[in-house]
Design a protein around this ligand. Structure first.
Ligand code: AMP
Length: 114
């Protein structure tokens, strides 16, 4: 069951995480293995496994996740910009199958991504 990923356990407060934002629909935590000075994960409480499995009924939730990503980036003073990333599936580099948006900032990002 997808809610039994590590993020499901964090949402249910069964294991600890550094939570920087929580509301009715999502949680934002610090990534345990940060790839930039600021590396946050915006995680919906509903355990959608991956963005490729999102449905039209998730439209409002997906919008909420993006606006929350913007809000936490602002709260972390990422005034020079930042990057939002959603990895999908094996070729996309996804390792945790509970949808999440990475918020990366505090350094210049390279392009193309690896
Ligand atoms: P992805 O590879 O896009 O699925 O991203 C999963 C992210 O979750 C990685 O950046 C991991 O470092 C992060 N991660 C895994 N376990 C934890 C945890 N317990 N607390 C915080 N972040 C985690």
């Amino acid at each position: 069951m997808s809610s039994d990923t590590v993020f499901g356990r964090i949402i249910r407060k069964e294991i600890p995480a550094t939570i920087v934002h929580e509301d009715e629909h999502c949680l934002v935590i610090q990534d345990i293995n940060p790839q930039a000075p600021v590396h946050l994960l915006v995680i919906p409480k509903e355990p959608i496994p991956r963005i490729s499995e999102a449905q039209p009924e998730h439209q409002a939730l997906l919008g909420h996740l993006l606006l929350t990503a913007k809000q936490v980036a602002q709260a972390h003073n990422l005034t020079q910009g930042y990057r939002l990333v959603i990895n999908d599936g094996p070729q996309g580099g996804q390792t945790v199958y509970h949808l999440h948006i990475h918020v990366l900032g505090g350094r210049e990002m390279g392009w193309p991504p690896g």
